[in-house]
Write a protein that binds this ligand. Structure first.
Ligand code: SF4
Length: 185
């Protein structure tokens, strides 16, 4: 059985990928506009706190609630250590374009793993369990992910296929809701 990696962000093991890769528009959730690929001005770029958010403890109060509630599901730290061998765009800015490309793929991997892990709490049939195991195996390759395999995944129909599988499990959700209603009435 393939082991599922940590699916919760641990920013201490990452390199602020979300603070540079994502764009955001000025809104209730973000106090400023930011382009994709540009480091957020709140990101420390020097000294011992380099790569850390200068307003981490006051994100919501400072108008960055979108950052406070965001979770990459562990994709960032995995990408840094598994695919880039601990290297970071902060130390070597030339790595940024390829890190951003690979980050998109790893976000998909971890999003799908989280959804599948949740779906596995349903009483799956044998056929559904077989499909679940097949998808988990594909998302947890024995030799890990590479930049190339992440790009391939991003441009494939795999996400759609897993999405269709998840939608096909709706009948369990209805059954569970019925059970819960009965147990509380
Ligand atoms: S406000 Fe902080 S957490 Fe949000 S993008 Fe900027 S540096 Fe990152």
């Amino acid at each position: 059985m393939h082991s599922i990696p940590e699916l919760k962000a641990d920013c201490s093991k990452c390199a602020a990928l979300c603070c540079v890769a994502f764009s955001f528009d000025k809104s209730d959730e973000f106090a400023i506009d930011k382009e994709t690929g540009k480091a957020c001005p709140n990101l420390e770029t020097e000294g011992k706190n380099c790569g850390k958010c200068k307003i981490h403890d006051t994100l919501r109060a400072d108008g960055f609630g979108g950052c406070a509630s965001y979770d990459c599901n562990g994709a960032g730290q995995r990408l840094i250590h598994e695919v880039f061998d601990g290297k970071s765009w902060i130390d070597d800015p030339t790595l940024l374009p390829e890190m951003m490309d690979a980050f998109r793929g790893m976000l998909i991997v971890h999003e799908l793993l989280l959804l599948l892990k949740t779906a596995n709490r349903l009483p799956l049939t044998a056929l559904e369990t077989e499909k679940y195991n097949k998808y988990i195996a594909k998302l947890c390759p024995e030799n890990g992910w590479t930049q190339r395999s992440l790009l391939k995944l991003e441009t494939s129909d795999f996400r759609v296929e897993v999405g269709e599988f998840l939608v096909s499990l709706r009948h369990h959700a209805v059954a569970l809701q019925e059970l819960m209603k009965k147990s509380t009435s």
